[in-house]
Design a protein around this ligand. Structure first.
Ligand code: NAD
Length: 312
């Protein structure tokens, strides 16, 4: 199993590190515009090989994609202070289009493509349009991270392990993402029906505050340390683990949507079964009318951005 990561920055290098410490793949490659940076990251991780799992780490050119099983796109940049989302989108679309030309040249016909660079939903769409390959092979890291943040915030409220909570965010990885309160559970109990002596049921205000904190969570990190990379690397590693082990597990990844909930021709996150051959099937969650409306709005935000950058 070979994972090729394009972009050896904070996110790409941390994904490589996380994969190496978990021994999930036999081969991990880093490809970057700056080969010295990629090689430096490879050396730094490989120096720990004797006290960790065995992985063949390499810094390579795009020929490294020839035998890849999963290609992770983590090249590009994050939003600069004061920069609009649209300007970030334009910059990273240009970088991504250049990368897609190389991915196409080295496509072995089976590698899955996992998009992480932001705006992730827009760039997943760009990959679909430009690659023109089986839709199951291309998806974005989606709201796996947002859903984990949602569970973290709920676990803080209930003072319990986030693993006791099942909850997800659907739609855009960004401001219009939709926390699915109707599907959230504590263990097997719907959150709407759960309360204890210590924890009264969540009020409408609590929900609004937590919902807001979910979408602002990334900014809370960025304003303190300039970037986010640990939790996204853990989320991407989780996605890769599900693929490598062919788990057929449900994760909220970003995929090409063609009609679900009245949403069409856009990439956004909905829960989907994921396995060795990529996206198998999306799972239909019964949404409340408010959640359906919020999902359609989220799709509208993404479609507006696709129009502004000339992709629709
Ligand atoms: P970074 O600036 O640390 O690294 C980016 C790397 O990309 C650099 O090493 C750079 O040399 C490389 N690069 C740029 N153009 C390239 C090209 N044409 N070909 C190959 N490599 C190229 O940035 P980062 O912190 O690693 O963030 C990367 C992306 O991940 C950003 O867009 C960020 O917003 C995104 N991100 C996404 C999520 C998510 O949930 N999807 C979370 C965190 C960060």
């Amino acid at each position: 199993m070979k994972i090729a990561i394009i972009g050896a920055g904070n996110v790409g290098a941390t994904i490589a590190y996380t994969l190496a410490t978990q021994g999930l793949a036999s081969d991990v490659s880093l490809i970057d515009l700056n080969p010295e940076k990629a090689y430096g990251e490879v050396l730094d991780i490989a120096h720990g090989g004797a006290v960790s799992e065995h992985v063949n780490l390499r810094a390579e050119g795009y020929e490294g994609l020839d035998d890849a099983d999963i290609i992770v796109h983590a090249a590009g940049r994050g939003r600069k202070p004061g920069e609009s989302r649209l300007d970030l989108a334009k910059g990273n679309i240009k970088i991504t289009e250049g990368i897609i030309a190389k991915v196409k040249k080295h496509d072995n016909g089976r590698a899955l493509i996992l998009v992480v660079t932001n705006p992730m939903d827009v760039l997943t769409y760009v990959f679909h349009k430009r690659m023109g390959i089986d839709r199951r092979r291309i998806f974005g890291s989606g709201t796996v991270l947002d859903s984990s943040r949602f569970k973290f915030l709920l676990s803080n409220y209930y003072k319990t392990s986030p693993r006791n909570i099942h909850a997800m965010v659907i739609g855009e990885h960004g401001d219009s993402g939709v926390p699915l309160w109707s599907a959230a559970t504590m263990g097997p109990v719907p959150l709407s029906a759960y309360s204890s002596r210590e924890h009264p049921p969540l009020s409408g205000e609590d929900r609004a505050r937590i919902g807001q904190e979910v979408v602002q969570a990334g900014q809370e990190v960025i304003k303190r340390k300039g970037a986010t990379y640990y939790a996204i690397a853990m989320s991407v590693t989780q996605i890769i683990k599900v693929i490598v082990n062919n788990e057929n597990r449900v994760l909220c990844v970003s995929s090409y949507i063609d009609g679900d909930y009245g949403v069409e021709d856009v990439c956004l996150s909905l829960p989907a079964f994921l396995g060795r051959d990529g996206i198998r099937e999306r799972i239909t969650v019964p949404l409340t009318p408010e959640e359906t409306l919020a999902l359609r709005k989220s799709a509208g935000v993404l479609k507006d951005m696709l129009k502004e950058v000339g992709y629709q």
